[in-house]
Design a protein around this ligand. Structure first.
Ligand code: SF4
Ligand code: SF4
Length: 324
């Protein structure tokens, strides 16, 4: 075997690569080091135990940096600002306002209903964490140059996206809302049969002689709504092959904005509960976790930083493989 580089040269190259990575991921890593939930816990505590009528009164007092769990938050007001509307929901607890949303019915892992105050707290944390993780995901995903989320299994992009080996799945599904389907000018399958099934029904939907995922990429109308089905080897029609960028990035579907690090404070179950006024409301289970999908390049790369972020947020990290 011919040695192209000495051990020292290789070591230097790795150090330089690490330095480049530190730069291109700097914004995302900085956000992982300073999660917002410790600040949320602090203002919640101050609001509930202090003489404050509104959450704004608490936040307006935060004019100096604060140190929590050994981390200095230089400008807590600025960090909390994007989440003000959610924080104001805490005012319900002092009778200062009515909830502006309908909360799901929340149970714990023993299937017992949780108290109203805890339910509100869990719901607010789920919303704030989801919003924060959406931002962090975008900051970490873009520099990766990975397009696993935009392609079907076993596409030509897999190896350069960091995935090795053959995936067992025969298709990937990108759920879409009714208002997003016009973004994809491709064939649609909307039949009485497709509407009674899901993409994962057994046996699978057949079109003609073939299983649906043996056909070309198309939009399907299922019982659960619309989705884009990317069969093996396919790529989303908006993925630009040369630059590996999304052609419709600014208007991309909501699911394409979702992080590969998911807020899992609450999990929606298949159950429905009846409210006192007779309305049917979804049942969510308190999980108090953050789920990170191991197939994602930046999840693997920054596992430790993600673990610390989750623990500082007072939650449990769970790393899970999705594409097998
Ligand atoms: S719309 Fe854009 S982000 Fe979403 S799958 Fe297609 S290329 Fe990827
Ligand atoms: S797997 Fe991760 S890095 Fe790759 S496209 Fe999806 S979010 Fe981005």
């Amino acid at each position: 075997m011919v040695a192209f580089f000495s051990e020292d040269e290789l070591h230097d190259m790795v150090l330089k690569m690490d330095a480049v990575e530190e730069t291109i991921f700097a914004n995302g890593l900085a956000r992982l080091k300073k999660p917002v939930l410790p600040l949320v816990n602090m203002v919640q505590f101050l609001y509930l135990t202090g003489p404050f009528a509104t959450m704004d009164e608490v936040i307006s007092r935060l004019t100096k940096s604060v140190e929590l769990e050994g981390v200095v938050f230089e400008n807590p007001q600025e960090m909390l600002r994007p989440y003000t509307a959610y924080l104001q929901e805490f005012e319900v607890l002092k009778g200062k306002k009515r909830l502006s949303v309908s909360l799901p019915f929340i149970i714990n892992e023993k299937q017992e209903p949780v108290a109203k105050r805890q339910a509100l707290e869990l719901w607010i944390k789920q919303q704030i964490l989801s919003q924060e993780l959406e931002t962090i995901n975008s900051m970490l995903c873009e520099p990766c140059g990975c397009v696993l989320c935009c392609t079907g299994p076993n596409s030509e992009f897999d190896e350069s996206s960091g995935f090795k080996g053959e995936m067992k799945q025969r298709f990937f599904e990108i759920p879409l809302t009714e208002s997003e389907i016009d973004l994809f000018p491709i064939d649609r399958v909307d039949t009485s049969q497709s509407r009674t099934m899901t993409a994962h029904s057994e046996p699978s939907l057949r079109i003609g002689q073939k299983l649906f995922y043996r056909h070309d990429m198309a939009l399907y109308h299922w019982r659960t709504g619309w989705s884009l089905i990317l069969p093996e080897g396919a790529a989303c029609p908006h993925l630009l092959a040369d630059t590996r960028k999304c052609r419709v990035y600014a208007e991309r579907p909501a699911v394409c904005r979702k992080p590969q690090i998911f807020a899992y404070v609450l999990e929606k179950t298949a159950d429905v509960a009846k409210r006192s006024d007779g309305a049917a409301i979804p049942v969510h289970m308190a999980r108090n976790k953050v789920l990170a999908i191991w197939d994602c390049l930046y999840v693997r790369k920054f596992q430790d930083a993600i673990g610390s972020y989750v623990e500082m947020s007072g939650l449990e990290p769970v790393f899970k493989k999705s594409k097998t």
